[in-house]
Design a protein around this ligand. Structure first.
Ligand SMILES: *[C@@H]1O[C@H](CO)[C@@H](O)[C@H](O)[C@H]1NC(C)=O
Ligand SMILES: *[C@@H]1O[C@H](CO)[C@@H](O)[C@H](O)[C@H]1NC(C)=O
Ligand SMILES: *[C@@H]1O[C@H](CO)[C@@H](O)[C@H](O)[C@H]1NC(C)=O
Ligand SMILES: *[C@@H]1O[C@H](CO)[C@@H](O)[C@H](O)[C@H]1NC(C)=O
Ligand SMILES: *[C@@H]1O[C@H](CO)[C@@H](O)[C@H](O)[C@H]1NC(C)=O
Ligand SMILES: *[C@@H]1O[C@H](CO)[C@@H](O)[C@H](O)[C@H]1NC(C)=O
Length: 353
């Protein structure tokens, strides 16, 4: 530790001591004095930067000192404090300045330049303001929740001045502010509210800091598309069942009441996250019939039935009309798309059984 190297003369101690005493007794600050000493009112620096405290003097001044609250940092050229971050920048006929390196929040406060002119001590006060960039110190972890549940997200940030905290939902459709607060509460969450939520902490000191939380909303499968298809004998036929679900649905196929075995000859089953597809490479009479696709995940299951029916080879455009879809979740019959079924095709099919 670099102790103050010189023992200051007694008069210095008395002067500095008097300055400290004046301060502690709340003697009014005389920075408004037309003459001097003159000093900046406020010095604003960021944490980690250096602060320069300047005090203007003239040649009538006989003694000078810088104080941090009531403790002397420098008196003339003599260092009185142990803090290595404090250095003397200038002690000239016109200026008496010190520098505090690597400023931290605890350095914030009043600093006083004390001068003695014609045996009269005067003080001038500077307020050191320390700014700190925003920093997120606590944020909720990614969560997975069932649809209809309640979600509570927290984002705690520090900084000087206190940062403003906002939450927004990053969705492909719209980016909107959902909370101007540290807390984000969602009651009865819907699947549309799943996705990334971004917490942003900002003050004017530095660029805002952001962090994201992923909210996964689980829901049971919902079959969005399952069409009946007409295919002539000897052609390739495809039946497809589309379902959305979180976590992704698992698919099973039934023909009438019998489960379709995997690896059946001439038939390919492809299961993806959002659909399952049956491909008949060479449709035969026995392939025609009523197929049911069952989509399930941990939260439930649903099914839809569709018909692979015989189509005459003369038809120029294959029939692509929607079939009847049975929604296992509400147990009601509905029709996907148009509310119609080709009566001809059905009659044709019924004749076969
Ligand atoms: C100095 O800072 C204080 C506190 O932040 C503020 O109230 C005051 O107005 C500032 N003075 C000047 C001259 O900027
Ligand atoms: C100023 O005083 C405060 C309070 O005693 C102290 O924490 C801080 O380290 C001091 N700063 C300097 C630069 O002397
Ligand atoms: C969700 O919050 C609402 C309103 O505060 C409450 O009535 C409901 O019971 C909560 N649901 C769950 C699953 O905690
Ligand atoms: C389709 O199956 C029929 C009857 O088994 C056969 O005669 C025909 O050659 C097959 N077609 C193709 C393209 O494999
Ligand atoms: C197809 O099978 C399902 C399930 O067994 C049944 O509910 C539906 O009525 C059948 N559709 C036709 C057209 O026979
Ligand atoms: C299809 O859903 C209905 C209604 O929930 C159910 O009764 C039926 O057993 C389901 N069929 C299959 C094959 O899972």
């Amino acid at each position: 530790m670099a102790q103050a190297n010189v023992h200051p003369p007694v008069s210095w101690v008395i002067f500095a001591g008097m300055a400290a005493l004046l301060l502690s007794q709340g003697v009014p600050v005389r920075s408004g004095d037309a003459a001097f000493p003159k000093a900046m009112d406020n010095v604003t620096v960021r944490q980690g930067e250096s602060a320069t405290l300047r005090c203007s003097v003239d040649n009538r001044v006989t003694r000078v000192a810088w104080l941090n609250r009531s403790s002397i940092l420098y008196a003339g050229n003599d260092k009185w404090c142990l803090d290595p971050r404090v250095v003397l920048l200038a002690n000239t006929k016109t200026q008496y300045s010190i520098q505090i390196k690597d400023v931290d929040v605890y350095d914030e406060g009043p600093y006083t330049c004390s001068v003695q002119t014609d045996n009269h001590p005067k003080t001038s006060r500077v307020h050191l303001i320390v700014q700190v960039s925003p920093k997120i110190i606590e944020i909720s972890s990614d969560i997975s929740i069932n649809e209809g549940g309640n979600v509570s997200l927290t984002c705690i940030a520090t900084g000087r001045p206190d940062p403003t905290i906002t939450w927004r939902h990053i969705s492909p459709k719209a980016v909107g502010f959902v909370s101007e607060d540290e807390y984000l509460e969602i009651t009865g969450i819907t699947r549309e509210q799943s996705g990334e939520y971004e917490c942003s902490a900002s003050n004017d000191v530095a660029a805002p800091v952001v962090q994201r939380v992923k909210v996964t909303v689980n829901y049971p499968p919902y079959i969005s598309d399952a069409k009946s298809t007409g295919v002539p004998v000897g052609q390739k036929g495809i039946l497809q069942c589309e379902a959305s679900a979180v976590p992704s649905a698992e698919f099973q196929w039934y023909k009438d009441d019998k489960r379709l075995a995997a690896g059946q000859k001439g038939l390919k089953v492809e299961n993806e996250a959002f659909f399952s597809r049956l491909t008949f490479f060479n449709v035969s009479e026995q392939d025609y019939g009523n197929y049911t696709c069952v989509a399930s995940n941990q939260l439930g299951n649903t099914n839809a039935s569709m018909i692979l029916y015989e189509e005459t080879t003369t038809a120029l455009t294959p029939w692509k009309g929607p079939g009847a879809v049975h929604d296992g979740n509400n147990g009601a019959w509905r029709r996907a798309g148009g509310a119609w079924l080709l009566p001809l095709s059905l009659a044709h099919l019924l004749l076969k059984f």
